[in-house]
Design a protein. Structure first.
Lengths: 292, 313
């Protein structure tokens, strides 16, 4: 009989080995980590998120209901009475909904990719645990992004369901606004993750990011009014904003907002490009900081 | 389990060097560790111990030299090397947002271990770390000693045959240290190779079969605690205090007593095979110290001899 490489192992090393309780061989650990390591780290982050799942769920339901009522119903009754046609022939609520959907994903991504990333390096140093395990630094980045993507997907699905209940997504393709919203969140959040990973000290940079980047993007990305109503001088804010690109795509999907196919491709590629750029930068920064 | 000296060493370093810019944190050190040995790196803060540990742990790249863990180069086979190891870092990095037991589970998943193994294993390790009652508690409610034990339990989740411990008891009170030493003893008895850094000589004497004294990135001496003391110090030490003003002036009058004299700011050390006899010679010269103490030589004395400095400053 030949001995199996992965089978036999000497007595378990912990003080009190249980009957029949054996870890698989290190070679198996390494092979599995190489193949699925990103997912293993995502599991960790998801488990942390699970410990505050009620907060996530409550805000996933509460935020859209609040915004849709306040703006889509309250404000809309004024806006709609001022004459149709301003918003491509749809109700203000329908015009607003895809923008709110994308901006909610963007805000959630901002939360998940700022302080938790700095925490991983600086305060509780959570990244250094998996770093000593078979996982690679790139897998820690991937896993973190993967878990946040799932979180964004769950909240966007809930958000969209509520939008649909409000009757604000007349098109049968409306559901496709969900992955677009998630992508918009990542296009802003992942580059922010790379930035957060490069910071060694908290001097209030994230508050500045919120105040001088996230908030202007939220206000000037064609969220509450079409971008072309802004003077040219301010319109560039929308062009560089992942929120505008995501919102325009979302509008095409939820109510058939007419955009040329070429421009739709630009919107999509812009979002993907920002995400990929941020992702590569984050991997490099994580490797540099953890491997020092 | 006695170290198996015939087998290939589990860790072999040759001329291992790590530079940070111009600064050589580790400056060409060489050593081998056979399976089952408790091997220590003893030295003051900044001696290069942690940097060495990071290179062994496959998380920091060396500048030059050779290093192999279980016959593998950690830079080319990072995941394979790290899969063999259990790591207890100098600073705890537990996930404080998770409960005690969950910390073990998520860590085990990094090794691709299935939940059917991890759940009973986590309970077993909590028992081993005397944390069973804390299984469902939040990590931030644990004391420093408990966190340390949880970190050790976590490092054992993959049943490693090599355990790296970077200053495992720094910052713990004496009782917590003794509990921890007891757990490490048991691991050693079960055949786990322990690699340990410390700047506590008592820890090194208690736990290590063999150790290297490290200073400024270099190995100053190597051997078992007893051998090092025998080779680099006398059997006994007489510690005299004359008051901080007089220690240096009195030193000249003490010349010739014992084998060697060491003057520190707060006391004078006389190295002699018989401390009591040395003390009699001191009083015979009409010198009356405020306090005197005869003790056995320790690794602290070895370090002082080798580097001219104290271990803990």
């Amino acid at each position: 009989m030949t001995e199996h490489r992965t089978g036999a192992r000497p007595a378990a090393s912990a003080g009190t080995p249980g009957p029949g309780l054996r870890a698989h061989a290190p070679e198996v650990s390494a092979a599995r980590a190489r193949a699925f390591g990103s997912w293993y780290y995502a599991e960790h982050v998801l488990r942390v998120m699970n410990s505050y799942r009620w907060t996530i769920l409550a805000s996933s339901v509460g935020t859209p209901v609040m915004y849709l009522f306040a703006m889509g119903v309250g404000l809309a009754s004024l806006v709609d009475s001022s004459g149709a046609g301003t918003f491509g022939g749809v109700s203000y609520l329908a015009f607003l909904a895809p923008a709110l959907l994308a901006s909610a994903a963007l805000m959630a991504a901002t939360n998940e990719f700022t302080y938790p990333v700095m925490d991983g390096f600086k305060w509780r140093r959570v990244y250094y645990g998996p770093h000593a395990s078979p996982l690679g630094t790139h897998q820690i980045v991937n896993g973190h992004i993967l878990a946040v993507t799932l979180r964004l997907a769950v909240m966007s699905v809930i958000y969209f369901a509520i939008v649909a209940l409000f009757g604000a997504s007349p098109s049968p393709w409306g559901w496709a606004a969900v992955p677009v919203a998630v992508l918009s969140g990542l296009a802003f959040g992942v580059p922010l993750m790379a930035y957060a990973a490069s910071l060694t000290e908290d001097k209030g940079q994230f508050a500045l990011v919120m105040r001088f980047i996230a908030t202007p993007l939220f206000l000037f990305s064609g969220t509450f009014f079409p971008l072309d109503t802004l003077p040219l001088l301010l319109r560039w804010i929308g062009w560089i904003s992942p929120l505008w690109h995501g919102t325009e795509l979302g509008r095409a999907l939820t109510y058939g907002h007419a955009i040329p196919p070429g421009l739709a491709a630009v919107h999509l590629l812009f979002l993907i490009a920002l995400t990929v750029l941020g992702w590569r930068l984050a991997q490099r920064t994580f490797a540099r900081r953890l491997g020092a | 389990m006695p170290p198996d000296l015939t087998a290939e060493p589990v860790i072999a370093a040759r001329a291992l060097t790590k530079h940070y810019g111009e600064f050589a944190a580790v400056d060409g050190i060489s050593f081998e560790v056979p399976a089952g040995e408790a091997f220590g790196l003893l030295g003051p803060n900044g001696a290069g111990k942690s940097t060495t540990m990071k290179m062994i742990g496959g998380v920091s790249q060396r500048t030059s030299g050779e290093l192999s863990i279980m016959g593998l180069d950690p830079e080319r086979h990072g995941p394979e090397v790290r899969a063999h190891l259990g790591v207890v870092p100098q600073q705890d990095n537990l996930d404080e947002e998770l409960r005690v037991r969950d910390n073990l589970l998520v860590y085990g998943r990094y090794f691709g271990l299935p939940m059917s193994y991890l759940k009973p294993k986590a309970d077993e390790l909590l028992e081993f770390a005397q944390l069973t009652e804390k299984a469902g508690a939040k990590v931030d409610s644990l004391s420093g000693g408990m966190k340390r034990r949880l970190t050790i339990a976590r490092s054992l989740i993959n049943e490693p045959k090599i355990l790296l411990l970077d200053e495992p008891t720094t910052g713990l009170d004496p009782q917590a240290r003794h509990i921890l030493w007891d757990r490490l003893f048991r691991l050693k008895e079960s055949g786990v190779t322990l690699i340990l850094t410390t700047h506590y000589m008592d820890e090194a004497e208690q736990l290590c079969d063999r150790l290297v004294v490290v200073d400024k990135g270099r190995i100053m001496a190597e051997g078992s605690p007893a051998t090092l003391i025998r080779e680099h110090s006398t059997r006994e030490v007489l510690e005299l205090r004359f008051g901080s003003e007089r220690n240096t002036t009195v030193a000249a009058d003490l010349e010739g007593i014992g084998e060697r004299l060491e003057t520190l700011p707060d006391r004078v050390l006389i190295y002699a095979s018989d401390g009591e006899a040395a003390l009699e010679q001191v009083t015979a010269r009409g010198l009356h110290p405020i306090t005197s103490l005869v003790r056995r030589s320790s690794l602290e004395d070895v370090f002082l001899r080798l580097t001219g400095r104290s271990l803990v400053d």
